[in-house]
Design a protein around this ligand. Structure first.
Ligand code: ADP
Ligand code: ASP
Ligand code: MG
Length: 410
């Protein structure tokens, strides 16, 4: 008998039929004698619908009230799933975040879980019942409802598994595992049997939304065995592992991630003197805008062009800030664009293989794709390119690095 925490995402609970199918699945685990704690998302589309309602009233809703609003989606699905289980003769009890005691900090819309009480859940488990917990939400020390950021139900699942010391945290979604890249963009993408935490962390942070990055961080920190599986199809899914495979088996590149949520701002012709970077980026960070890539080109007339990328949602704000300070900076011009994207290749095998970057640049050049910015770290290389080339770039790289399903064995 094992204790599993299972998380079901929006598509998996997207209709009454799907909820009934999840209940059937849970029943079979329960019948086999396993203990189950289940975290669920809102029905697919519901969180977006709620956000749109708020935007119908104001462009910048109060974050506290946003969390009161968007947390309602998950309250619907926990109750429906509990009813579906009860209909099958299984004792089931639903809990919202505050009822189960998911304590977070007070950063509305991106709160972090600090503590989880387990007594209430243990009581239901000990009585032979299934515990159903609303994903994505918690409560701060002043009893405000908080939410964990988009995709946050993954983190609820992993945090519950850590708190309960579950045997495994199983993330059930609409794909049957973690793929070499988003299978919706590259049909030849291949499911990975396993992927290291390190790689998964990079993939998630670089845009693969199959797991929220914080869920991966949490799993790494608390050593939670984590698996991604399909709620619709049987299979082993993908195990996120602590260990690297033997170095011989390590592919150089494990996966390709991409992010459309990007924009780029260039400040041209600023004097190339100490402190210029901080004078450009200081006001941006004071406005709570996160800067991702930074590129500085030096010209020979003593001026420099400074380019950086931000989330697309922060683009207008950042551009306005820079336009306001451009006189003070003695800048020749401030310009920007939000039709760019970031494509990243990830692999622990990069540590022991040279030439990955040059091969990547050659593949993109052969497709006539211009690179606008580059960053690298030990196990990843990211490039910024025009968004219209995203699919082309990802598919070409996927093929060139031998990731396509037909060409990969084992
Ligand atoms: P859920 O609602 O279950 O949380 P999400 O939509 O958040 O599901 O995440 C699953 C989706 O992630 C898939 O449908 C797929 O399009 C996307 N995805 C992006 N990158 C990958 C990847 N490398 N492997 C698998 N799925 C990926
Ligand atoms: N319902 C929330 C969202 O759409 C949380 C989640 O599904 O993980 O972001
Ligand atoms: Mg998700």
């Amino acid at each position: 008998m094992a204790l599993y925490v299972q998380k079901y995402g929006g598509t998996s609970v997207g209709s009454i039929e799907r909820i009934e199918a999840v209940a059937d699945k849970l029943k079979s685990f329960h019948d086999a004698g396993h203990q189950l704690v289940v975290a669920v998302s809102a029905m697919s589309g519901e969180t977006n619908r709620l956000i749109a309602l708020a935007k119908g009233i104001t462009e910048s809703p109060d974050p506290r009230e946003m969390d009161v609003l968007v947390s309602t989606g998950e309250q619907v699905t926990i109750a429906l799933l509990a009813m579906a289980l009860q209909k099958r003769g299984i004792m089931a009890r639903s809990f919202t975040g505050w009822q189960v005691g998911i304590k977070t900090d007070s950063a509305f819309m991106k709160a972090r879980i600090e503590d989880i009480e387990t007594d209430g859940m243990r009581k239901v488990l000990d009585a032979g019942g299934i515990v159903i917990v609303a994903g994505f939400q918690g409560i701060d020390s002043d009893n405000n409802i908080t939410t964990l950021g988009r995709g946050g139900s993954d983190t609820t699942g992993v945090a519950l598994a850590a708190a309960l010391k579950a045997d495994e945290c199983q993330i059930y979604t609409d794909v049957d595992g973690v793929y070499t890249t988003d299978p919706r963009v590259v049909p030849a993408a291949r499911r990975m049997e396993q992927v290291t935490f390190e790689e998964m962390l990079e993939m998630a942070s670089l845009g693969s939304k199959v797991l929220q990055i914080r869920s991966v961080e949490f799993a790494g920190k608390y050593k939670v065995p984590l698996r991604v599986l399909s709620s619709l199809k049987e299979g082993n899914g993908t195990l996120i592992t602590m260990e690297e495979m033997g170095s011989v088996e390590n592919p150089v590149i494990s996966g390709i991630a991409f992010n459309r949520d990007e924009a780029k701002i260039t400040v041209k012709g600023v004097p190339d003197i100490p402190g210029v970077a901080s004078r450009i980026l200081g006001p941006v960070s004071d406005a709570n805008v996160e800067v991702d890539m930074i590129v500085q080109n030096v010209s020979d007339d003593g001026t420099t062009d400074f380019t950086f990328t931000v989330n697309r949602g922060d683009y207008k704000k950042a551009l306005t800030i820079l336009n306001n300070v451009s006189n003070e900076l003695n800048a020749r011009e401030v310009s920007g664009t939000d039709d760019i994207c970031k494509v990243s290749m990830v692999g622990v095998g990069m540590r022991s293989h040279a030439g990955v970057a040059s091969k990547m640049f050659k593949v993109l050049a052969d497709e006539n794709i211009n690179i606008l910015a580059i960053t690298t770290s030990e196990i990843k290389i990211s490039v910024v390119i025009a968004e219209k080339y995203l699919e082309l770039a990802v598919r070409a790289l996927h093929t060139a690095f031998g990731l396509d399903a037909e060409t990969v064995t084992g």
